[in-house]
Design a protein around this ligand. Structure first.
Ligand SMILES: *Cc1c(COP(=O)(O)O)cnc(C)c1O
Length: 384
């Protein structure tokens, strides 16, 4: 049976919720397998909703190609599995998403891959670490939770001088604020679960490639194989929801960044707040770099510290239910989290101290509400 829409097409694309596709005869099967005719075969290898989302993201990212995975971690796994060999060394930022660090520390050594850690805000340290061969350099453009900003262009130059692939997790910045491929990153990975999806209702990831090595169709094919064989594929419904979010991505990111900047100024004047951490603030260690590399906004993530430590955080949470505590980010509304008991729960006390993560530190994922609405609820939370 064929769909009969007459001469019209739906404005909004359909969800192709099918695990497999059908064929007229064996010649048709041959043609699709041999790519003489386009078409889909089995949804783990690809489906129209993933293709549509990937093509739109590839354009936004200024990439040669993009692929969608079931989660952000799936996209990171695809990047690693497509590039690493036994015996390889990774050079990684000391400020990575918790699960990414765990993947490098707990999983990859089983496959004979070792990781060295560098402070990627210190270019001399990165250059020294690159004196030993490394297959890839892995960084985040804006780090969690203290929002350190990296110089993507300078790091790309260093990596390429040492024949090292440069992989950038751009989840916090999004392609609205920063496009790493335009600054010579080879691979970009993003969790679409966060502000790119933006509505708190999906888990998805994206990997994209550009440049002489990662931009080729051979490299794209290698990543596609990894995604199918290791089963990292995204499902049609999540891809459909991901596509639904894209037309508002720029609006949402800009509005949330504006709100975050205003909140950072406002919070600094509130009683009980001992510090505000935001790349848009003059006191932030990377403010000058951020002004240069993030001209369209400093992002939707912001941290602030309460003088009273854990009890003050509890009071804030109880008094401000309108800012739900939820250990993720990038929802339409403002939410909060506490790195010490969530993302960095298992970090040692020394590691927490090194990163500046203490009991009074609250992380905000600022939403797109009217600023006054956020301030009203924040003021409730901050009442002594
Ligand atoms: C959430 C996140 C990931 C992982 O994405 P999932 O979709 O949760 O798998 C990776 N990197 C960063 C920076 C993240 O915030």
């Amino acid at each position: 049976m064929r769909d009969d829409l007459g001469s019209t097409q739906p404005l909004v694309p359909p969800i192709y919720q099918s695990s497999v596709y059908t064929f007229r005869d064996l010649d048709h099967v041959d043609h699709v397998y041999e790519q003489q005719e386009t078409g889909y075969i089995y949804a783990r290898d690809g489906h129209p909703n993933a293709t549509r989302l990937a093509e739109q993201l590839a354009a936004v990212e200024q990439a040669e190609w993009a692929m969608i995975c079931a989660t952000g971690m799936g996209a990171i796994s695809a990047a690693l599995l497509a590039t690493l060999q036994q015996g390889d060394r990774i050079l990684a930022s000391t400020r990575l998403y918790g699960r990414t660090s765990q993947l490098l520390v707990q999983e990859l050594p089983r496959f004979g891959v070792q990781t060295s850690w560098v402070d990627v805000c210190d270019l001399a340290q990165v250059e020294a670490a690159l004196q030993q061969p490394a297959r890839l350099l892995f960084v985040e453009t804006i780090s969690n939770p203290l929002l350190r900003v990296v110089d993507v262009e300078a790091l790309a130059r260093l990596a390429h001088q040492h024949d090292c692939l440069f992989v950038v997790d751009n989840t916090f910045a999004t392609p609205v604020l920063l496009r790493p491929h335009a600054l010579s990153a080879d691979l970009v990975v993003e969790s679409l679960t966060k502000i790119i999806g933006g509505h708190g209702d999906i888990t998805l990831g994206m990997i994209s490639g550009a440049g002489l090595k990662a931009g080729t169709s051979e490299f794209h094919t290698q990543v596609a194989q990894v995604i199918s064989m290791w089963g990292l594929t995204a499902n049609p419904f999540d891809c459909w929801l991901g596509e639904r979010g894209l037309p508002t991505l720029s609006l949402r990111v800009r509005q949330a960044s504006q709100n975050a900047l205003q909140l950072s100024h406002w919070l600094a004047t509130q009683p009980g707040v001992s510090a505000v951490i935001y790349p848009g603030c003059a006191q932030h260690p990377d403010h000058d770099l951020a002004r240069r590399v993030l001209p369209d906004g400093y992002g939707h993530m912001l941290c602030f510290a309460l003088e009273g430590g854990r009890e003050a955080v509890n009071r804030f949470m109880r008094q401000a239910p309108g800012i739900p505590f939820s250990p993720s980010l990038g929802y339409t509304r403002t939410t909060c989290s506490h790195p010490g008991t969530t993302s960095h729960r298992h970090a040692s006390p020394a590691e927490k101290r090194r990163q500046g993560i203490h009991e009074g530190l609250i992380r905000l994922s600022v939403g797109v509400e009217d600023l006054a609405e956020i301030q009203k609820e924040m003021a409730r939370g901050l009442r002594q």
